[in-house]
Design a binder for this molecule. Structure first.
Ligand code: LRH
Ligand code: MN
Length: 426
């Protein structure tokens, strides 16, 4: 299914006037603060968030999976779905593939379809947390950290194969997340597992083209529940530093123990020039992979405050990869992704409204109350009219969810694909 911007314009005429009213009020409010709205909407055009290819169908848990009708059953249809989200939001101009779940059959056709929808291929993800049919060895007891060199070699070769697939698609980065770890004390020696992993990652790093980046994703637990080899940002930072200048830490928001100060981690990684990118989602307890901004929107705002500060002051940190990593157990996957995009852009724009100079002055005066007032003045500003204007100017929908429903996109996908199609992924 393809969506034309004319179809969107046809269904949102009556909302334009109300948008204009709210937009004028916001631009008057911001111009009094000498904040240039057009500069912000221009920034948004360059802020594209990659959609995970593994999150376009219904996700499950070990307790079950409730399918969602009209799911994409191949990579072409997945790119179509990212195209639908991008046409509505103008902020999803990239897809992140997971191998072997999404190995293209016809690279030319896939690239043609993606570029015709304005979509590029962001990081490719390797998978040594499941056994692959063609493989000789199992990853039950680890992959890059495995005690057996033959298993490590197999896992390293898989990552090199993933790089080759990415090169054919024009991707410029590889994300490595390892399930490697232990379920019980004494099961493995931490140092041996870490050293094995370090050696394996260096082999993968050396196999990458010069202009590629390696993203090392950390996670404190699951599927191992006593230890994970790459458990936290410090471990990922150590491994990235040992690999070299093109290796970075990837921050998945759900991969932190409760109440971890993620914005402080982001700040230090940027200071060290080692923040590669994000997997945006939200969580109440564990790696819940919920809609971004659905549980802790203020925490997301505070993270973007550090990102805005870092993007202005840490030139040593390269442009980051913005990616969503979510799993949709009950929501329509496309509506869930649209809501995540709205929350991410809202947090970013609110952070851009923070008067960083005034904040700095208040920090130097130890005026704690004023510091909070400056942050929350920005956080309490309703920036939705600005996001609406950005989409309107770029042929998107004022209200993407409303347009998605008014255009009966899910119903049309079900008509086109049937009720029983199942997407590969989590
Ligand atoms: C691990 C993770 C990782 C992916 C997987 C799909 O929890 O966040 O990024 O490979 O989810
Ligand atoms: Mn992730």
């Amino acid at each position: 299914m393809r969506l034309q911007k004319e179809q969107i314009q046809d269904i949102q005429g009556e909302d334009i006037a109300f948008h204009e009213e709210r937009f004028d009020a916001l631009s008057n409010f911001l111009s009094k603060k000498e904040i240039n709205i057009d500069a912000i909407t221009d920034l948004l055009a360059g802020f594209q968030v990659a959609i995970p290819s593994w999150a376009l169908g219904a996700g499950g848990t070990r307790f079950g999976r409730f399918s969602f009708q009209g799911e994409p059953s191949n990579l072409e249809q997945k790119i179509e779905d990212v195209g639908l989200v991008h046409t509505l939001t103008r902020s999803a101009g990239a897809i992140s593939l997971h191998i072997p779940w999404d190995v293209p059959d016809d690279y030319g056709a896939i690239k043609e379809k993606a570029s015709s929808l304005g979509i590029i291929f962001d990081a490719v993800n390797s998978n040594t947390f499941q056994d692959h049919k063609k493989d000789k060895y199992s990853y039950k007891f680890g992959s890059l950290s495995h005690y057996d060199q033959a298993v490590r070699d197999q896992a390293v070769q898989h990552n090199i194969d993933v790089i080759e697939i990415g090169k054919k698609l024009g991707s410029k980065s590889l994300t490595v997340w390892l399930a490697d770890g232990t379920a019980f004390p004494g099961q493995k020696n931490f140092q041996t597992s870490f050293l094995n992993t370090g050696e394996s990652l260096k082999q993968i790093y050396r196999a990458m083209p010069e202009d590629w980046k390696l993203f090392i994703e950390y996670k404190p637990y699951e599927p191992n529940f006593y230890s994970m080899v790459i458990q936290d940002w410090g471990t990922s930072y150590l491994l990235a530093t040992e690999c070299g200048q093109n290796a970075y830490t990837l921050v998945d928001l759900g991969h932190h123990l409760p109440n971890t100060n993620i914005e402080q981690i982001v700040s230090l990684l940027m200071l060290k020039g080692k923040l590669g990118g994000f997997h945006f989602n939200d969580s109440k307890y564990g790696d819940d992979d919920l809609t971004t901004g659905s549980i802790k929107p203020y925490a997301l705002f505070l993270i973007f405050n550090e990102l805005v500060h870092g993007m202005r002051n840490n030139q040593g940190n390269p442009p980051m990869s913005w990616m969503i990593d979510a799993s949709h157990t009950i929501k329509d996957p496309l509506e869930d992704l649209i809501q995540s995009l709205e929350a991410i852009l809202e947090a970013y724009v609110k952070a851009l409204l923070i008067d960083q100079e005034a904040l700095r002055a208040a920090q130097e005066e130890n005026d704690v109350v004023k510091c909070q007032e400056i942050l929350q003045e920005a956080y309490r500003t309703d920036v939705r009219p600005l996001l609406e204007r950005y989409r309107l100017k770029n042929g998107g929908a004022l209200h993407p969810i409303k347009a998605y429903r008014a255009l009966k996109i899910r119903e049309n996908l079900v008509k086109e694909r049937g009720v029983n199609t199942v997407a590969t992924g989590l």
